[in-house]
Each structure stands twice: as structure tokens, then as C-alpha cells.
Design a protein around this ligand. Structure first.
Ligand code: S6P
Ligand code: ZN
Length: 193
């Protein structure tokens, strides 16, 4: 029997249930990111410190499903990114490259409205794509990706990726994204950091 065959995988790995209001999947492990985890992500450091003094707010959470790891296997995660702003910058995810750089990812928007900021590692070329309910974004390999909630409801989405994609947060922690997304005249707009 192949280790990843239909008969070797338990039913709970073949079928899961999404709860969109809470952004959870059954009783799968859930990682929460609070404002204190996002140090350095926002351009306006003063506004960040001020908001943190008030409350270490929950910004987003990711629940992961990892049925099998190995060549050809897939993992997926359900993200819920809450609405809010630090100064005029919308709540966002830390953002990362995949440790296995060639690994791509498919993002499927389920609820809410926002944007995805993509930045190619080598050229640092940026793309800001509308992302939300019924939108699918393909994130190519070698591309840093960050999710941004520009709406007033939680942004809920699935990210589906090869099992050995991994996360590399270091390049973003060191250099950040070149672009920021801010609210200006009641609209979201991209600016150079
Ligand atoms: C994983 C995928 C998503 C993110 C999630 C949180 O490859 O891209 O599930 O993990 O959007 O973002 P981050 O940058 O904190 O991992
Ligand atoms: Zn990813």
C-alpha cells in the first residue's frame, strides 16, 4: 500500500469542515497572530506603539490541515484576517517567502474583501491584486506574499500549497515589503514604504 494512498489516509484527513465565522477547521491546530507579533510590519511605528499600548489585538489566525508530507502531497490553511487599521495602514499578515522557493500557492477567497501584495524576491517587482470572496490568486514561486484586509468584515481564505513549501519569514523581517497599502480619501492605495 502506498503511504499516501486513499486506503492509508484516515477519513478526517480526506474531508474537513470550514467554519467561516470563526475561521476554524474542526479541531485542527490554530496559530494566532496578535499586534505584538507584527512588530516592524507597519510603516507608522508611532501609531503601532500607540495601538499596542491600548491593546494587543488579535489580527489574524491560521488553521492548518496537513494530511501527508512528501513528494506530491498538499497542505492547506484557513486564514481569518480581522478588519482594522494602524494609522492609515490596514491590518495585514506578516508575509513570507516559501522556504522551498519554487513552491507556488493558490489562495481562494471565501469571505470579505481585501488585497494580496506580491513581491518577487529577485527583482522586488510588486503587484497588488484585489482579493476576497470568490477571487482566486495564484502566487508563483520566489514571490513574497502578504494578505491585507481593506474591508469592514473579516477576510477569510484558504491557502493551498505543496507540503514541503515551508515558511521563510526572515527576508521580510529584514527588508519588509517595498510597498505599503494605506487608506487615502476613503480608498485603498499602494505607496512606496
Ligand atoms: C501559507 C499561506 C497562508 C499564510 C497565512 C498567514 O503558505 O501563505 O496560510 O500562512 O496567510 O500569513 P503568514 O505570513 O503569517 O504565514
Ligand atoms: Zn505561503
Amino acid at each position: 500500500m502506498h503511504p499516501f494512498s486513499l486506503s492509508s489516509l484516515a477519513k478526517e484527513n480526506l474531508e474537513t469542515h470550514l467554519d467561516l465565522p470563526s475561521g476554524t477547521i474542526d479541531h485542527r491546530p490554530r496559530v494566532e497572530r496578535r499586534l505584538s507579533d507584527l512588530k516592524g510590519c507597519f510603516r507608522n511605528h508611532e501609531a503601532y506603539e500607540e495601538a499596542l499600548q491600548k491593546e494587543d489585538a488579535l489580527i489574524y489566525a491560521v488553521t492548518s490541515v496537513e494530511p501527508a508530507t512528501g513528494d506530491g502531497q498538499m497542505h492547506y490553511g484557513l486564514g481569518i484576517l480581522y478588519p482594522g487599521k494602524i494609522g492609515n495602514e490596514y491590518y495585514l499578515t506578516k508575509g513570507h517567502l516559501h522556504a522551498h522557493r519554487v513552491a507556488a500557492e493558490v489562495y481562494v477567497g471565501l469571505q470579505g474583501e481585501g488585497q494580496m501584495l506580491l513581491e518577487e524576491e529577485g527583482t522586488r517587482e510588486s503587484r497588488l491584486l484585489p482579493f476576497g470572496k470568490n477571487t482566486v490568486v495564484y502566487v508563483p514561486g520566489h514571490t513574497a506574499h502578504r494578505t491585507i484586509n481593506t474591508g469592514s468584515d473579516p477576510l477569510v481564505y484558504l491557502g493551498i500549497y505543496p507540503s514541503h513549501a515551508g515558511h521563510d519569514y526572515l527576508p521580510i523581517a529584514q527588508k519588509n515589503f517595498r510597498m505599503v497599502v494605506v487608506e487615502k480619501d476613503h480608498r485603498s492605495t499602494m505607496e512606496i514604504r
